[in-house]
Design a protein around this ligand. Structure first.
Ligand code: THU
Length: 136
C-alpha cells in the first residue's frame, strides 16, 4: 500500500481546512478496500460544536459516494503556518472509522511528512470496540 501517496493526499486536503476559530488545520485521506482515495478537511463553525473533523469529512464523503469499506487513513495536522504535529484522531472519529473497517487491519497513519509518520491499527487506538456486529 502506498503510504506516501496517502500522506500526500492528506496534505493536499489540509490546504482546504476551514479552521478560522482554532487555527488547527487538519487533512485526511482515506483509502477504500478497492484502492480509491477520499479526502477531507476539518470544517469549523461559528457555533463551535457544529465543527466536523477532517477524518469524518473524508468518511462521510466516501460513504455518500457508495464506498463503505476502508483499509487505511492518513492524517495531517498542525497549527496554521506552524510545524506539523502528530494529529491523532479524536474519539468520535475513531468510532466512526470503526463502523466501516476491520479494526485489526485498518491502518491509521499520523504523519508530519512523507517520511516522518506513526502507523498503527485502529484496534490499537480503539481496543475492545463496539461495532456493527453488536448493534445489528
Ligand atoms: N480536529 C480534526 O479535524 N480531527 C481530529 O481528530 C481532532 C480535531 C479538528 C477539529 C477542530 O477544527 C480542530 O481540529 C481543533 O479541535
Amino acid at each position: 500500500m502506498e503510504e506516501k501517496e496517502l500522506i500526500r493526499a492528506a496534505m493536499e486536503a489540509r490546504k482546504k481546512a476551514y479552521a478560522p476559530y482554532s487555527d488547527f488545520m487538519v487533512g485526511a485521506a482515506l483509502m477504500t478496500d478497492s484502492g480509491k482515495i477520499y479526502q477531507g478537511c476539518n470544517i469549523e463553525n461559528a457555533s463551535y460544536g457544529a465543527t466536523n473533523c477532517a477524518e469524518r469529512t473524508a468518511v462521510f464523503c466516501a460513504v455518500s459516494e457508495g464506498e463503505i469499506r476502508f483499509k487505511a487513513i492518513a492524517i495531517i495536522g498542525g497549527m496554521r503556518n506552524k510545524e506539523l504535529t502528530y494529529a491523532f484522531p479524536c474519539g468520535i472519529c475513531r468510532q466512526v472509522l470503526r463502523e466501516f473497517c476491520e479494526p485489526d487491519q485498518m491502518l491509521v497513519i499520523v504523519a508530519r511528512s512523507e517520511t516522518d509518520y506513526k502507523k498503527m491499527k485502529l484496534s490499537e487506538l480503539l481496543p475492545e470496540s463496539f461495532g456493527p456486529d453488536f448493534a445489528g
